[in-house]
Design a protein around this ligand. Structure first.
Ligand code: ADP
Length: 743
């Protein structure tokens, strides 16, 4: 693509006339609203190219950006330092960055930062030395040397391995490898540490699909073959084999265009390892992973190989949407309803919505998959914007689990305990027939609240209105919002009474305590982000569960989704009411989704599953819908509720959050902002109001909620409004378009 044609004129600092073609715009990955004009040392640098240029006192990585030049700036233009040797960002990614900045109302440079967090991804890494077998054979062939030659490859392009890798494979020391190189039996070659990803094998057959799966897969394959943008929901019950179905669409897209790239988004890091293996099994090569737990070397490998177009299939978290694809042709969003797709830090966005926008702008298909699709998606299907394919039954003849409510008012647990006799009986029965049980409680730690029995003081994080959660195993009190933690004090910090701090309510550790006391001979494990902080440790517990080595798994939501445990036949939800309290507009929907997902872990293979939901509100609409299995009636009622209040998707919503250490400055800024709000047809401004978590990390927080009719351009209303007031630097202002969190 040619460089943008510039307007004439401009002079360098040295007074040299500047040819118009030597001007470029550069966007830096910093919170900047726009790109800046620079001089280029050579002609013809394309938009998207990575460069280094001076910005203030520093030299910064940036990207050549399309756009009109700013003539006023032409007299004092600085020059680009360096043009980097990396493939440029494509026009469709530049377009997507621009669109995302406009939609989310975050600075353009902040969105670019999601594409290139740091410059070192752009730079070629230091090459390593690899070795391949050479012609010369060593005069002295020890068994160690023989072992190395056996594992060494021949092709310098694809088979070179470092001394360390060869030595480990041969079970010898590095010195043996170096010795062979010295005598010429191994030849050194330059080796890129970012090894290419294996090419997917498209001849490899997938699983034998059921008729239902074949029908759904054919529809998706058709969409891929036809090309162009469509969004299709795979609406399939838990265990219906949705993954195998969309992997057929992936295979079709890979086959249709030999340079096509595809990304599969998954919501939970805990799912990545097993998921990567599953995809590898299907295509004979591991896909490129992308998530926050990767090492910096792993990140660089995926980023560079994606940028080169070499990595064709990426499996990742929401931020994988911002990888520098050369030819993105298909996006799959698995578990599309999942709240983890909403990014709440930095640029606030919803990856499912952005995925659809990316596909729509890039002209390629997007596939959403879920057993409990979001109301937004269901309504998009109903109104004809999205297509849907259904998978109403489980694969291989497995039946859906039966769901029962346990009314805790009628069958309460013992005092200070949390499991009702009904659930205890069910676990006993399962233990007696060697089937597995899961006790689900979506609360980490031992107790969610620590209270002084004498003065009533609640333990909160310093400078925050957030409760400290006791983690008894580590003997610490932890804030799940701020990450603050402290050793549990022996005396109340307020009244100084000794041994008066009491845990209130249960977390998974407390359920574990109860379970161990009740079933001392059972094999019991806890699965939460605390007991399994890394994907590997998570994997160990999941494997043990899969292989039947665990009788009772006590788990938070990390175990709720995606996993397949063939011998799990009982799921007990300790507190089914948990998500309903303090409700925001999606509380009911979220509870329905989470409990359906967790229920969906039961009875996925040959034995039927049972689910017991402990509740104090058996009449609540969500619980009644779960018990009767009437999803559509539940969704219809939810939709009516949203329509009555013009909440999304029947209306638009945005939040503005102001925060500051100085409360007086915060109140003034909030009131000034309120005063400046323009009258907008179909727009209602609510607030400012104290945020439910008013104090967080030493700052006070105020919120506005802006409701608008669906036909209103909310972003342009907000831009007009926010452009009228200058918020003082002591007050931070953030816009959240279509908020999911109201805290
Ligand atoms: P979902 O995502 O719909 O809950 P999965 O795609 O995880 O379901 O599939 C559930 C289980 O069934 C997995 O272990 C998967 O490997 C297996 N499976 C999927 N399709 C088939 C099939 N056609 N035949 C046999 N097993 C299958």
């Amino acid at each position: 693509m040619p460089m943008n044609t510039a307007k004439k004129s401009g002079k360098t600092e040295a007074g040299q006339p500047v040819a118009a073609r030597n001007r470029v715009k550069i966007l830096f990955p910093l919170p900047l609203l726009k790109p800046y004009d620079y001089l280029a040392p050579v002609d013809g640098i394309v938009p998207g190219a990575f460069v280094i240029a001076p910005f203030g006192p520093r030299k910064v990585y940036g990207v050549i950006w399309p756009g009109e030049f700013d003539d006023a700036a032409s007299g004092k233009l600085k020059s680009i330092e360096k043009i980097c040797d990396a493939p440029p960002l494509t026009p469709d990614l530049i377009d997507f960055i621009e669109w995302t900045a406009g939609y989310t109302m975050f600075p353009l440079g902040s969105v670019l930062r999601m594409v290139m967090r740091s410059g070192d991804m752009v730079e070629k890494p230091t090459m390593q030395t690899g070795y391949v077998r050479a012609d010369a054979s060593p005069s002295r062939l020890t068994p160690q040397r023989e072992a190395v030659l056996k594992v060494a490859g021949i092709d310098p392009k694809t088979e070179a391995k470092t001394a360390a890798v060869l030595a480990e494979a041969a079970g010898v020391s590095d010195a043996v490898v170096r010795g062979l190189a010295k005598v010429g039996a191994l030849a050194p070659v330059e080796l890129d540490p970012d090894q290419p990803f294996g090419a997917p094998d498209l001849k490899r057959p997938g699983r034998k699909l059921s008729e239902e799966q074949i029908y759904a897969a054919d529809i998706l394959k058709q969409k891929v073959q036809t090309g162009g943008h469509t969004t299709t929901l795979i609406d399939g019950v838990t265990g219906s084999g949705k993954t195998e179905v969309y992997l057929e669409a992936v295979a079709a897209a890979l086959a249709r265009d030999p340079t096509a790239q595809i990304v599969i988004l998954i919501p939970e890091i805990a799912l990545t390892l097993p998921f990567l293996e599953r995809v590898e099994e299907r295509f004979g090569a591991a896909p490129a992973p992308w998530h926050s737990e990767l090492t910096s070397a792993q990140r660089r490998r995926t980023w560079r190989r994606v940028a080169q177009g070499q990595a064709r299939l990426v499996v990742g978290a929401r931020s994988a949407l911002f990888l520098p694809f050369q030819n993105l042709q298909l996006i799959i969003v698995d578990e599309e309803h999942d709240g983890a797709y909403k990014q709440e830090d930095g640029v606030i966005y919803h990856a499912r919505d952005l995925a659809v926008a990316r596909g729509s702008r890039g002209g390629f298909p997007v596939v959403l998959a879920s057993a409990t699709p979001s109301l937004e998606t269901v309504i998009n299907v109903d109104e004809g914007r999205y297509d849907a394919v259904g998978l109403p039954s489980r694969v291989a003849g497995a039946s859906m689990p039966e769901i029962f409510l346990v009314d805790m008012r009628a069958r309460p647990s013992e005092r200070g305990k949390w499991l009702s006799p009904v659930l205890i009986d069910a676990v006993n029965k399962n233990l007696s027939v060697s089937e597995q049980s899961m006790l689900f409680l979506n609360r980490r730690g031992y107790a969610p609240l620590t209270l002084c029995r004498r003065c009533g003081h609640k333990m909160t994080a310093p400078g925050s209105d957030t409760m400290l959660v006791e983690h008894r195993f580590e003997n610490r009190l932890v804030c799940h919002h701020t990450g603050f933690s402290m050793k549990k004090p022996s005396a109340c910090p307020s009244c100084k009474a000794v041994d008066s701090l009491a845990p209130c309510g249960p977390g998974v550790e407390r359920i574990e305590e109860e379970a161990r006391a009740r079933w001392p001979d059972a094999s019991i494990s806890v699965l939460s982000s605390d007991t399994a902080p890394t994907p590997r440790s998570m994997r160990d517990i999941l494997d043990a569960m899969h292989d039947g080595a665990i009788d009772i798994l006590i788990a938070t939501q990390v175990a709720a989704k995606g996993h397949h445990f063939p011998n799990l036949t009982l799921v007990g939800v300790v507190d089914a009411d948990l998500g309903l309290s303090g409700g925001d507009l999606r509380a009911g929907e979220r509870t329905y989704q989470l409990l359906s997902q967790v229920a969906g872990r039961a009875g996925r293979a040959t034995k039927p599953g049972r689910v017991l939901l402990q509740t104090y509100q058996p009449k609540a609409a969500v619980l009644a819908a779960l018990e009767s299995g009437d999803r559509n009636a539940f969704l219809a009622a939810e939709a009516e509720g949203r329509r009555a209040f013009s909440f999304p998707p029947y209306g638009r919503l945005a939040a503005i959050i102001l925060r500051a250490q100085d409360e007086a400055a915060l109140m003034k800024a909030a009131n000034d902002l309120r005063q400046a709000a323009p009258n907008g047809d179909g727009v209602e401004v609510l607030g400012p109001a104290r945020a439910p978590i008013y104090r967080l990390r030493g700052e006070a927080r105020m919120r506005f909620l802006i409701k608008a009719r669906r036909d209103v351009n909310l972003q342009s209303y907000l831009a007009d409004w926010l452009g009228r007031v200058k918020t003082p630097s002591a007050v931070r202002r953030v816009v959240d378009i279509n908020p999911y969190s109201f805290l």
